[in-house]
Design a protein around this ligand. Structure first.
Ligand code: PMP
Length: 440
């Protein structure tokens, strides 16, 4: 185990590399919501592979077999030009059946960032082809996460991802995060009223005729697991429609049961024009993403004038076969409903956390949890010293063999939807035990 960690340090460049944290845990095996590290420790994976996925759990033979079967039949053929493949077509049809009304077609990609990148390009292309080439601006939110490529990375509201690597994509406007818990920061009135006024102000300032689209997560995930007020999305949709601006729902996290529905946007009156997906589409067994779109946009994108954009692995038959088998499992095992059950287990087992002095809020949305650490419950001032949440996650793992993930001042849980009730309770108890020592 020590040797592997040494080789890792010497040869592997990690995403979100942090020079001060070099004692990585090397994960070697998984089953359900359990993973094992190279030192032989058995850990509860309360994070879904560390990245909000693994809907069907680790170690599923069905998915290994679907991949093996497809690799031995046809491992790859391009979807470019005059070609297609049966598995990509089958997946497109299946996604059409599952997706919200008005969303009919899919452009397949290799992951979430690619899907967001494709959404930004498609939005601009759509307006351009319809005679409005000035519509190039993208509206997004601080603390929204949309990816790491230049387009998706600029739309992402974490400034540290844009520092030192500029110039970034021009014409991207960031608005306030949707954080109802911190409602004082919107001026003390109604949260939605304040957010809508800000949105209308931005449209006025930039000019509706210059704006292509707004992108948003139905529920801000990486920004701390925040559920918007019920009237938020319907009102955003109305403002955007009135101004000819497209709406892109980034469902890379929320899709496929994470928050308790196939598509979270369908439950919030969002009525998006495009939806980006990845993660839960394949439960992470193989990289794949997609951009779902309305017929109106698809017609422009697929017009005879062409759309010169696409990825080698778009519609990869092995990825599509795994996605289909993954969707089968989610359906057969009722994992969408189970996501809500997992949420109920978290709600009851985390109830004592609410009384801890440093816990400002416990948010549970399906199988997704955010525990927000604050300096004081009264001021709600975020306990932003990152070392606190990171230290909590470290201690939870080291002392209890449970993996949770820190995001700024929020401890996040997003386990496989197949996680057992005992594992949820263990996760909650371990986290509460460590949190109860904070400030002691
Ligand atoms: N959108 C959201 C909401 C995400 O959380 C992520 C990844 N965490 C992405 C997009 C980017 O996906 P990927 O890392 O697969 O490129």
């Amino acid at each position: 185990a020590t040797e592997l960690a040494g080789l890792d340090r010497r040869f592997l460049v990690h995403p979100h590399q942090r020079m001060d944290r070099n004692d990585r845990v090397v994960i070697v095996r998984g089953e359900g919501a359990t993973v094992w590290d190279a030192a032989g420790n058995e850990l509860v994976d309360a994070t879904g592979g560390g990245n909000w996925l693994s809907q069907v759990g680790h170690g599923r033979r069905e998915l290994a077999e679907a991949a093996a079967e497809q690799i031995s039949t046809l491992e790859y053929y391009t979807g470019f030009f005059d070609y297609s493949n049966d598995k990509a077509i089958e997946l497109a049809y299946r996604l059409n059946q599952l997706s919200p009304e008005g969303i009919d077609r899919v452009f397949l990609t290799s992951g979430g960032s690619d899907s967001v990148e494709s959404a930004i390009k498609s939005a601009r292309l759509y307006h351009n082809r319809r005679g409005e080439p000035n519509r190039t601006w993208i509206l997004a939110r601080h603390f929204g996460y949309h990816g790491a490529s230049y387009g998706s990375g600029t739309a992402t509201g974490f400034e540290m991802m844009q520092t030192y690597v500029g110039p970034n994509l021009p014409n991207v406007e960031k608005l306030s995060p949707v954080w109802p818990y911190h409602h004082e920061m919107y001026g003390g009135g109604d949260v939605t009223d304040a957010l809508i006024a800000e949105l209308e102000g931005a449209i006025e300032r930039i000019g509706a005729g210059n704006i292509a689209a707004m992108i948003g997560e139905p529920v801000m995930a990486g920004g701390g697991v925040h559920e918007p007020p019920a009237d938020y999305w319907p009102r955003v949709r109305e403002v955007l429609s009135r101004n000819g601006i497209l709406l892109i729902a980034d469902e890379v996290v929320t899709g496929f049961g994470r928050t308790g529905s196939w598509f979270d946007s369908a439950t919030r009156g969002m009525k998006p024009d495009m939806i980006t997906i990845a993660k839960g589409l394949t439960s992470g067994y193989i990289p794949m993403g997609g951009l779902l779109m309305s017929d109106a946009i698809a017609e422009v994108v697929t017009s005879n004038e062409g759309f010169f954009h696409g990825y080698t692995y778009a519609g990869h038959p092995v990825a599509a076969a795994v996605a289909l088998a993954n969707l089968d499992i989610i359906e057969k095992e009722g994992l969408i409903g189970r996501s809500l059950t997992v949420g109920d287990w978290f709600k009851s087992s985390l109830a004592p956390a609410r009384d801890l002095p440093q816990v400002g809020d416990v948010r549970v949305i399906g199988a997704t949890v955010g525990i927000e650490l604050v300096v004081s419950k009264q001021t709600k001032e975020p306990m932003m010293i990152p070392i606190v949440a990171e230290g909590v996650a470290d201690a939870v793992r080291r002392e209890h063999n449970v993996i949770v993930r820190p995001y700024g001042n929020v401890i996040v849980m997003s386990p496989p939807l197949v996680i057992g009730e005992d594992q949820v309770r263990r996760t909650a108890e371990a986290t509460i035990e460590v949190l109860s020592r904070l400030g002691a």
